[in-house]
Design a protein around this ligand. Structure first.
Ligand code: NI
Length: 392
């Protein structure tokens, strides 16, 4: 069991989180954040590597005796969103906000690093601290991995503060806990003309409407009911603003596809293309599809998940660990998946919701915030998993 945070440790943790919250930085622009992290690591006796994968920071804690290496990861980036908050630590950067809790992840891993520094030379193995840039759909994980973050690493662990779970609870499930995220955009090309003379046109609006409907059958009729997937069309555009009697030449659709299982994930691009092109063609139009993989499914390895559950139960009590249901799995995505595809590991949801204090807003909402008691849970979970993995 790790020791509770001392009052000064707790005060420093909250102050760091609030400082980062007030100064949010977007993907690959986390210069102030990374400098704060690296300076503090240096002060704690680490020799941090700056500029990893762009704006990331890596530092190793050498245990002193031979043993495995476990990587602990925090993401540092904020979102392009205007914060709606009266909090004294609200964002000072217009149009930028820590609306996903990454400020808390960075502060928690930094506090964990400072606590672990006292064990330098007294562990079997090594702890690698990874402060990753650009988690929000910009490929930061792949960038730091390409820059050596996983070299010599045997296992990995990360946390996400989570307002789908009450503070004091931790979500830890084996297998897929977050989905693969894909993005697609389709252009449906027809032939424009007068709204009163449709037979002389090839109407891309009607074709787009049929495509949107037909896309719903992918999950309903081609994905196994025992697997999980989502196909969402989030944007439909056609015609000029103000037009009402003109059939346009093109219509555009944009959306996202999500899956847990690798087989389903692999099948989605071809299936979506087949539906988009086939339906458009049947209605006299022509369609092209642009398809992009954003991240892989986040899949927790059973042994590491069991280890993390043990730490969480010791920390917060046997009933605090949720293994099923809301707050434990989500079809949102997370690029920690890139680490988990290469080494065994686990990603935990640390409850941050507190309805009595109005801390109930979803991630990526302009009113997002979490109960700061969750920060200490995150610190001790990161620390506890590392120490237990290294046999400490
Ligand atoms: Ni996030």
């Amino acid at each position: 069991m790790t020791a509770p945070l001392t009052a000064p440790e707790r005060a420093a943790l909250i102050a760091t989180r609030r400082d980062l919250h007030a100064h949010p930085e977007l993907a690959f622009e986390e210069r102030r954040t990374a400098a704060l992290v690296a300076d503090r690591l240096e002060a704690a006796g680490y020799r941090p590597r700056r500029g990893v994968g762009g704006t990331g920071v890596l530092a190793d804690l050498d245990g002193g005796a031979p043993g495995p290496t476990i990587l602990l990861r925090a993401d540092m980036d904020a979102l392009p969103l205007a914060e709606e908050s009266d909090a004294p630590y609200a964002s000072t950067a217009p149009g930028r906000m820590h609306a996903c809790g990454h400020d808390g992840h960075t502060a928690a891993l930094l506090a964990c690093a400072e606590r672990l520094a006292g064990r330098r030379g007294a562990l079997r193995g090594r702890v690698r601290l990874c402060f990753q840039p650009a988690e929000e759909g910009r490929g930061g994980a792949e960038r730091v991995i390409a820059d050596g973050a996983l070299d010599g690493v045997d296992a990995c662990f990360g946390v996400h503060l989570w307002t789908e779970l009450d503070v004091g609870r931790v979500g830890l499930a084996e297998g897929p806990v977050m989905a693969a995220v894909d993005r697609f955009e389709a252009v449906i090309e027809g032939q424009g003309g007068h709204g009163a003379i449709p037979h002389q046109t090839r109407d891309p609006v009607v074709a787009a409407a049929h495509v949107v409907t037909a896309l719903q059958t992918i999950v309903a009729r081609t994905v196994s009911p025992l697997d999980t997937a989502v196909v969402t069309v989030a944007r439909v555009t056609a015609g000029e603003p103000g037009s009402w009697n003109i059939i346009p030449r093109t219509a555009r659709l944009a959306g996202t596809a999500r899956a847990y299982g690798d087989e389903t994930w692999a099948s989605l691009p071809a299936r979506i293309e087949q539906v988009v092109r086939g339906v458009a063609e049947a209605l006299g139009c022509r369609a092209t599809l642009e398809y992009e993989r954003i991240c892989a499914p986040t899949v927790n390895e059973p042994a590491m998940t069991g280890l993390a559950r043990g730490v969480a139960r010791d920390l917060l009590g046997p009933d605090a660990v949720a293994t099923e249901g809301e707050g434990v799995r989500t079809l949102a995505g997370e690029d920690f998946s890139a680490f988990l595809r290469r080494v065994p590991g686990c990603f935990a949801f640390v409850g941050g919701r507190n309805a009595a204090r109005g801390l109930v807003h979803p991630h990526h909402s302009p009113r997002f915030d979490f109960d700061e008691d969750a920060l200490e849970h995150a610190v001790r979970l990161l620390e506890g998993v590392a120490l237990r993995y290294l046999g400490g």
